[in-house]
Design a protein around this ligand. Structure first.
Ligand SMILES: Cc1ncc(COP(=O)(O)O)c(C=O)c1O
Length: 281
């Protein structure tokens, strides 16, 4: 882009996108590279349990939340089973459903947003999973707490709802639901979170799922024994409570969004209206 504003914020804020404590933790782990990682990631599990207020038996780790999606599909789908998802949304849902010979029932977005009533209408006896990406990749839109709970109230208990919150830490819209607060009400709900986005640790492949202990146990049955690395666990543990870093990322994201909005407007490019309201400031 020709504007000088682009060079005023992009380089510094994007290039320092991982917490320094993560690099220190990795350096310490170099002493132990010949030793297997803790397959159950107990220390990290306990730290996340403390931060999120759930029990340790409600958490499972994956090599990124990508692997949690893979494990959910492997654990829950038989050939011919149906899953409902939006289109466009994060492509790994459909990819893993296809690998398991399941059927992806795709429901078009409405103005860039998940059309939850239309998705609900596609749930039938064959449906095993509904995938909800909130905020949605690639549109950046959210469904509100009211919309989500109205939907969850009507999804049959036997259908697993996967709420992918990979980008939840960036959302500043007060109508956004805190998925954690919904877990007690909806035992068929599992949340997906990751250290790849706001924590800036994508190369280390650490993501996690949070849900009812029974759900977590069934997914754990298909988990490879050492699916997350020593480096990933240590870096995630060192970064988890670095709220100053998270605040800096949120600020950079807010500024970047304002910059892009202004440039899109200037260039006459369209973008999803709901995404305009995602961030304040
Ligand atoms: C919505 C969403 N979910 C999950 C993922 C997977 O992230 P990771 O496997 O790095 O945790 C991504 C990555 O782009 C994503 O956009």
């Amino acid at each position: 882009m020709a504007s000088t504003r682009s060079s005023s914020w992009l380089p510094t804020k994007i290039l320092s996108a991982a917490p320094p404590k993560a690099a220190d933790a990795i350096r310490r782990e170099l002493e132990q590279i010949s030793i297997y990682p803790d397959g159950a990631a107990v220390e990290l599990t306990n730290a996340i349990a403390k931060r999120t207020g759930v029990n340790a038996d409600q958490i499972i780790f994956g090599a990124g939340s990508d692997e949690i999606i893979l494990m959910i599909a492997r654990a829950y789908l038989q050939p011919g089973d149906e899953t409902v998802m939006a289109v466009e949304t994060f492509p790994q849902y459909k990819h893993n459903v296809t690998i398991e010979n399941g059927v992806s029932v795709e429901v078009p977005l409405a103005d860039g947003k998940h059309d939850l009533p239309a998705m609900l209408a596609k749930v039938n006896d064959k449906t095993k999973i509904v995938w909800v990406c909130n905020p949605n990749n690639p549109t950046g839109t959210i469904v509100s707490d009211d919309e989500l709970t109205a939907f969850l109230d009507q999804v049959p208990d036997r259908v697993l709802v996967v709420l992918d919150e990979a980008y939840c830490e960036y959302v500043e819209d007060p109508s956004y639901s805190d998925g954690l607060a919904l877990l007690n009400r909806y035992p068929n709900l599992i949340l997906l979170r990751t250290f790849s986005k706001i924590y800036g640790l994508a190369s280390l492949r650490i993501g996690y799922g949070i849900g009812a202990p029974g759900l977590i146990r069934s997914i754990n049955q298909v988990r490879e024994p050492f699916n997350t690395s020593r480096f990933g666990q240590a870096a995630a543990l060192a970064s988890l409570n670095d709220d100053e870093f998270l605040d800096r990322c949120r600020t950079a994201n807010r500024e970047g969004l304002a910059f892009l909005r202004a440039e899109f407007d200037r260039l006459g490019l369209d973008y999803f209206p709901r995404a305009r309201q995602l961030y304040y400031g």
